[in-house]
Design a protein. Structure first.
Length: 394
């Protein structure tokens, strides 16, 4: 891109990177910010207290088109892509991280792999219900012995005529009790990586059950459940991608998912930054003049402001790469690593600086919600390993 002439004194013809969102994404950002303030702010604390799934809010988000951004236009999507998804997720998560992760999982872990690896028949069958929110999607990879080490998974899929028979429990499945379509990863042969395949499994099929619901520290309005697969007959037509491609699909999908969690972290970090800023603006000196609080608190606010911009640039850079079809495992891991650590620090600062008010209310909820961002879709040390592998060229 050439340098815009509106910058006085800028060298003409200089090449610059564009750090501004395009106009359509600025409009999306403003729309979702207003939606989150209007629809989520009044209910977020209550949803958390009651661990109640935000069904109506998610339906309204679908009405705004927020569940179709990673879906191709020919299947009813807006095809806005990963950067758009990051922008809207930051806004939702700045108010209600439980609603935010629901939309993130639906867009990045269910619709995205269907768009990328699904065939036309599968897309025609599932997208009409996924874009309206009539059906929500969930991603079933983790098992008791297979979290960080996903290739250790044991859920088995055995071929029987024109079907696959799936058996084995899946653990910690976000939206599992509410979703109607599951992307399930199962073992189709003993080979550690190439023996894994991905399947599109409908909630209503015989043998698909919902097990224990987890009682959690944070994102309490996002249900995390066990999904039980007991002799589930999956038509051969519901294999996603090729047999043995599941490991590659799982990892590629997680690159996009990590951008969703990085955006969740940005939303939480921004909300905590704003709580601190608003609090410091109320502080007055003994003459009644606005003082902005102690220097120590201002240092923390300044660090958060700078680190928030840095983490956002990392996240948006990786999203742009993914939208261009460039592999971005290292960049997505960097984004999640930086943003998830930042939001935990931001939440701790908010609780400390707000004083007694920080121990209850929004800061306390964000402190609890922040913790999960360093666990799911690859814990912090796993992100560091992915980055190190990329840096070392492995
Ligand atoms: C609320 C919640 C929602 C979730 N939603 C989903 C979902 O929708 N779908 C899904 O499939 N899964 C989901 N998960 C599972 C989640 O992705 C895993 O918990 C996560 O990947 C960590 O795996 P694990 O729990 O087996 O921990 P472990 O793999 O046992 O890791 C425990 C610790 O050991 C560290 N560690 C492990 N291996 C290494 C290594 N090689 N080097 C350095 N450190 C290492 C990790 O960093 C971590 O700190 C969810 C989890 C939670 C808590």
């Amino acid at each position: 891109m050439t340098n815009p002439s509106k910058t006085p004194g800028a060298p003409t013809g200089a090449r610059v990177a564009d750090f501004e969102l395009p106009e359509d994404l600025k409009a999306l950002q403003a729309t979702v910010r207003a939606f989150a303030e209007r629809e989520l702010a009044p209910i977020a604390a209550g949803l958390d207290a009651e661990a109640r799934f935000p069904r109506e809010a998610v339906a309204r988000a679908a009405g705004l088109g927020l569940l179709r951004v990673t879906v191709p236009r020919e299947h009813g999507g807006s095809e806005l892509g990963n950067l758009a998804s990051c922008v809207l997720l930051e806004e939702l998560n700045a108010v209600c991280p439980s609603t935010g992760v629901t939309v993130s999982v639906h867009n990045s872990l269910a619709c995205s792999p269907l768009a990328k690896w699904g065939n036309d028949e599968q897309k025609r069958r599932y997208f009409p219900r996924l874009i309206t929110g009539e059906w929500l999607g969930a991603y079933c990879l983790s098992e008791a012995g297979a979290g960080s080490d996903v290739a250790a998974l044991r859920c088995e899929a055995k071929r029987a005529g024109d079907a696959w028979v799936l058996n084995g429990p899946k653990l910690w499945i976000t939206t599992g009790s509410e979703a109607s379509l599951f992307i399930v990863f199962a073992r189709t042969s003993p080979d550690r990586n190439k023996g894994i395949s991905a399947f599109l499994v409908e909630r209503g099929w015989p043998g698909v059950g919902v097990g224990k619901k987890e009682r959690k520290l944070g994102i309490r309005a996002s249900p995390t459940v066990e999904i039980l697969l007991d002799n589930v007959q999956v038509p051969a037509a519901n294999l996603l991608g090729q047999e043995g491609q599941g490991f590659a699909i799982a990892l590629d999908t997680l690159d996009g998912g990590r951008l969703g969690i990085a955006s969740q972290s940005l939303g939480i970090a921004r909300a905590c930054h704003d709580l601190i800023r608003d609090h410091l603006e109320t502080i007055r000196d003994d003459k009644g003049r606005s003082s902005g609080g102690s220097q120590a608190a201002q240092y923390q606010l300044a660090d958060l402001a700078a680190d928030l911009d840095a983490a956002r640039f990392l996240t948006w850079r990786a999203a742009v790469l993914r939208d261009r079809g460039v592999r971005c495992s290292k960049e997505a891991a960097m984004a999640k690593l930086a943003a998830s650590r930042l939001c935990n620090r931001a939440a701790r600062s908010a609780v400390a600086i707000l004083g007694p008010a920080g121990a209850s209310g929004a800061a306390e909820r964000f402190l609890r919600d922040a913790r999960i961002t360093e666990i799911y879709e690859g814990a912090t040390d796993i992100q560091r390993l992915v980055v190190a592998r990329g840096v070392l060229g492995g």
